[in-house]
Ligand binder design. Structure first.
Ligand code: CA
Length: 664
């Protein structure tokens, strides 16, 4: 520490005074917000400048450190108040490799060290920001990295995965198990020769991999990576930095960034786009968190008593409607899209955010690349402190073009209701869920045949187009599909469970919504009956790659469905008018849904496609337009060449608990 700064520090410690320098605002709306973007830290070899947004501060300091953790600051820089609530300072020396924190004084009290709200590189555990040259973070070939070909949301087939789940099993043959760079390894396979990791995803044929939270979160101690630790990562700490525990060296700020980029690049090279799960709705810490330490109160909503509101169920809810929080979210998303080449974003508890923010993010992403996708959970854990019609809830999705939401209706109609794990629905042959399945098949649009009457209830449409509808039967939350089926049908044989798994995936992958697969469901993944495994051990969460061999038949089936969907645009029309006009439901008994799609108007090589989902325990006969049809899927087998057989006549028999796909 130099003498001058030491004196300054001592002076303010002894004095503990000031306040004349402090601004007071009547409401959060009055806080000044800079126009355009600003950087908290800009490095060059000749100088590093710092800029902190702290409109209510009376004093702000930057503390410089030699290490990312431990040790005292070697230098303290007093920041000067600038325009728009910003404070500025700069150092005319080469600070590369150093670390820094801000400390803000308000009403005579120092708020505590924070890496700031916009840190883009951090030390271990993300407590200090790092001064690096971002040019050093680019892996070889990064300049040539391009997003794989992708035209529109309706073409997406999304695969949700956790880095650790998919690669930690030693059977995977992956060297960098549980790390970002597990996916820059090619030709990985099990002892039995089954492809794993990246090659597995290529083999399955999905278009988008959706990675569970991979920004810096707090639940894993990055100092102790030799001890197995597990978390989903829904506990944000630094929104603009990759998580350290997924890197091979969380102590070196450059490594996690470079390895994250390597991962993205490897997926892109394999033709797979990357979606990030983002969790702007709450932060892991409040009082000790980065937002509160910079601008207390501003970034979170309060309830009517002035306490922290909690629509996230995690202790706080952010206030996207406030100018700086909105700007923050837009800039953060765009940062990942432009600097890390991320191709899509999944918003956790999107219903906590407001509609305008989501629409503003959409507009900002469109400027970078309109093929970047956006979707989210159209709900919150409790009612947010904002009027419902302003919130990015599922029922308001039609007001957010280019933003999709998960359909819990389709999910629950298939497998049974949320929170009642032992209750089944359509898949188990329970009557009354047919309209929920039809709703899912048309991607949630207002289809002329989806009329509700006293017998057939069904969900209300909330989409503007089927591309705003995420079709799924399971995800990281709750029981995975095989566990759910087992729970609801405890006496079922292995063969029955396999049959129902296939039936469920057929519904999802023939839906006009955007299909979403939970990683491992393509070979009967089990989490041993545990629904909420967010912090459970690898023994529960790890994908057991042996199951790919054991359930190869299920994998081939799902892979076949993916291939059919990709080859046939009739399954992904993307527009409400087309779905209403060219998809027609055929008469079917209870626990059966049958539909016909006219392929020609969708430029499909198949002219008439018939899909039957039979959840009954007995065979059913369905009347179909007279003709000769080739069979692409029957009795639990998918043949992408449609070589299983030919059916002619005006009716077709469908085996129990199975799907049929035939076409002309
Ligand atoms: Ca972390």
């Amino acid at each position: 520490m130099n003498y001058k700064n030491l004196c300054g520090m001592l002076f303010s410690l002894l004095c503990g005074c000031s306040s004349a320098n402090q601004e007071k605002y009547a409401s959060f709306d009055d806080y000044p917000v800079p126009e355009g973007s600003w950087e908290e830290m800009s490095y060059s070899p000749s100088a590093t400048s710092f800029s902190a947004w702290a409109p209510t501060a009376e004093e702000v300091r930057v503390l410089l450190y030699e290490q990312g953790e431990g040790g005292a600051p070697y230098e303290m820089i007093q920041m000067k108040r600038a325009e728009d609530g910003l404070w500025e300072a700069s150092m005319k020396s080469d600070l590369k490799g150093k670390f820094y924190t801000f400390n803000v004084k308000i009403d005579g009290r120092w708020q505590g060290d924070t890496p700031g709200i916009k840190a883009k590189a951090v030390g271990v555990n993300g407590n200090r920001a790092a001064i690096i040259d971002f040019k050093d973070t680019n892996p070889q070939g990064w300049e040539k990295d391009v997003r794989p070909q992708f035209a529109q949301m309706s073409d997406a087939i999304i695969y949700e995965m956790h880095f650790r789940d998919i690669s930690i099993d030693t059977v995977s043959g992956i060297k960098n198990r549980g790390k970002f760079i597990a996916f820059s390894e090619e030709n990985t396979h099990t002892f039995w020769g089954e492809k794993t990791g990246l090659d597995h995803l290529k083999e399955l044929g999905i278009t988008h991999v959706h990675i569970l939270p991979s920004f810096d979160f707090s639940s894993i101690d990055e100092n102790k990576l030799d001890v197995p630790q597990y978390n989903w990562g829904y506990d944000p700490k630094n929104y603009n930095v990759p998580e350290g525990s997924y890197s091979t060296n969380p102590f070196d700020p450059v490594t996690r960034i470079r390895e994250f980029k390597q991962m993205v690049m490897a997926f892109h090279k394999a033709g797979i786009r990357v979606v990030m799960d983002v969790v702007y709705n709450h932060t892991a810490s409040t009082t000790d968190g980065n937002f509160e330490r910079m601008v207390p109160g501003y970034f979170y909503r309060q309830d009517k008593d002035g306490n922290l509101a909690n629509a996230s169920g995690c202790g706080n809810e952010t206030a996207s409607e406030r100018a700086m929080m909105r700007k923050y979210m837009i800039e953060s998303v765009c940062y990942w899209a432009s600097k890390y080449h991320i191709d899509g974003f999944r918003f956790d508890l999107m219903g906590v955010h407001d509609i305008q923010t989501m629409n503003d993010i959409r507009l900002a992403l469109d400027k970078i690349d309109p093929t970047i996708i956006m979707y989210g959970e159209g709900w919150a854990a409790a009612a947010p402190q904002l009027p419902f019609d302003e919130l990015a809830m599922k029922n308001n999705v039609y007001k957010m073009p280019g933003v999709a939401a998960f359909s819990d209706e389709f999910r629950d109609s298939l497998r049974g209701p949320f929170g009642q794990d032992d209750m089944g629905a359509f898949l188990l042959g329970r009557k009354g869920h047919e309209n929920g399945i039809r709703f899912g098949i048309v991607g949630g649009v207002k289809h002329p045949q989806l009329k509700k009457d006293s017998v057939n209830a069904g969900p209300d449409s909330w989409v503007g187009s089927p591309s705003q509808f995420i079709s799924y039967v399971s995800c990281h939350d709750d029981l995975c599909l095989a566990d759910r089926l087992k729970k609801t049908l405890s006496n079922a044989s292995e063969a029955e469970l396999v049959a129902l798994q296939k039936l469920a995936e057929t519904a999802v992958l023939t839906s006009q919504g955007v299909p979403f697969i939970f990683s491992g469901d393509e070979f009967m993944r089990t989490k041993y009956g545990n629904p909420n495994t967010y912090n459970m051990s690898d023994s529960i969460n790890a994908i057991n790659w042996f199951r790919k061999t054991k359930y190869r038949d299920v994998f081939d089936y799902v892979k076949g469905l993916v291939e059919i969907r990709k080859a046939h645009p009739a399954f992904r029309m993307g527009k409400t008018e087309l779905v209403c006009e060219y998809l027609e439901f055929l008469p079917a008994p209870s626990s059966v849904v049958a539909f016909l799609i006219k392929g020609a108007p969708c430029n499909d090589t198949w002219s008439n496609i018939i899909v039957v989902l039979n959840a009954q325990k007995i065979p059913v006969v369905i009347q179909i337009p007279e003709g000769e049809y080739r069979v692409a899927c029957k009795d639990g087998i998918v043949d992408t060449k449609s070589g299983i057989g030919v059916i002619s006549g005006n009716q077709v028999k469908v085996s129990p608990r199975s799907a049929l796909i035939i076409h002309q």
